[in-house]
Design a binder for this molecule. Structure first.
Ligand code: NAI
Length: 319
């Protein structure tokens, strides 16, 4: 059985992502303080985590080797930020995606944290230079961007501020590995980080193809889910090139001209509005009406698929 770890982790913000991080750190044997501004929210979050851990235990999907009860016992709620951060080794901020709010929170933390704790932010798209510049503890700050749902999709993008200490990156990397996540290091900040830059490139061409009437919305999604996505769950685009010819150099020799020719035909950035928006919205709503009940049912199905895929990937891990 995993020994319970020495260090304590603090989660600031107990919403969707905060709860997931709490469960992930507990699965790795860490004590977790789940902080939020209102006690009611903390209570609700702990109840939700308790239910989810039990369910995961029953279905055999629980991460780590500690029992669901043991993992739950490692997580406690808190509404006193100073008490929460005392003695912590790592803090993961998970408050709403609002620059002013996050800056205020990091400003408060800057006044009360020690020189040892690492301050990570879950932000999806706020640059480290916007979040951390001017903080006394900037060396200890890093963006650690998870992917939804983090319990099943292990990637975490680590994005440093220009003044982040290399040891902060390395320690965060090691911590993420320890809890079973799959961290990647960006050497410098860039808008959209890596994941959203790739995602937006795909969305952009998908939008143009459907907007131009080349393919239906449903078929476009199948190109990913039954085509590219099948292999991308195991190997990325670069390794795909390497394997789809006699190595990378041979791939470039064979396909360089074709790739450049096709890439030159890509249109301008779509406005994601107007007729194409209506057309794609209609197709999506026919499949899943955009009300909470249908959306939640479909999300639940997606999470189940991802959970099974995560299990399969673990079984056949070969790196
Ligand atoms: P959420 O709205 O579910 O949760 C935010 C939580 O922060 C709430 O519990 C709220 O009470 C709490 N909060 C508000 N002000 C606070 C304060 N001053 N101090 C402490 N807690 C406070 O948001 P969600 O979806 O969990 O997102 C959190 C962060 O994670 C955002 O930066 C978001 O961009 C990022 N993220 C979200 C993903 C998603 O798919 N939802 C994926 C990856 C990252």
């Amino acid at each position: 059985m995993d020994p319970v770890q020495e260090g304590r982790v603090v989660i600031v913000g107990s919403g969707l992502i905060g709860c997931s991080w709490a469960m992930l750190f507990a699965s790795g044997g860490f004590q977790v303080k789940l902080y939020d501004i209102v006690q009611e929210q903390v209570t609700k979050a702990l109840e939700k985590i308790g239910k989810e851990l039990k369910e995961l235990g029953k279905t055999g999907m629980l991460k780590g080797t500690l029992t669901a009860d043991k993992q739950l016992s490692l997580i406690s709620g808190c509404t006193d930020l100073k008490a929460a951060v005392e003695g912590a080794i790592y803090l993961q901020e998970c408050t709403p995606e609002n620059l002013e709010l996050k800056k205020k929170i990091f400003g408060q933390l800057d006044l009360i944290v020690s020189n040892d704790v690492i301050l990570g932010s879950s932000t999806s798209c706020l640059m480290p230079s916007k979040l951390f510049t001017g903080l006394k503890h900037v060396k200890q700050c890093i963006v650690a961007h998870p992917v939804n749902p983090p319990y099943y999709v292990p990637l975490v993008e680590l994005v440093p501020h220009p003044e982040t200490e290399p040891s902060t990156v390395e320690k965060t990397y090691a911590l993420m590995k320890k809890i079973g996540q799959s961290p990647v290091r960006l050497t410098k900040e860039i808008d959209g980080f890596a994941l959203n830059r790739l995602q937006y490139a795909i969305i952009s061409e998908a939008w143009r193809l459907v907007g131009d009437g080349v393919i239906s919305s449903d078929d476009l999604d199948l190109v990913m889910s039954d085509g590219l996505g099948m292999r991308y769950a195991f190997i990325g685009p670069l390794e795909t090139m390497h394997l789809n010819a006699e190595g990378m150099l041979n791939y470039c020799d064979r396909y360089r001209e074709g790739m450049i020719r096709v890439l030159k035909t890509f249109g301008p950035i779509p406005d994601f509005a107007g007729k194409t928006e209506q057309k794609i919205n209609q197709a999506m709503c026919e499949k899943t009406p955009a009300d909470p009940e249908h959306l939640n049912a479909r999300r639940h199905w997606r999470d189940e698929c991802l959970a099974r895929l995560a299990k399969l990937k673990k079984e056949i891990k070969s790196d």
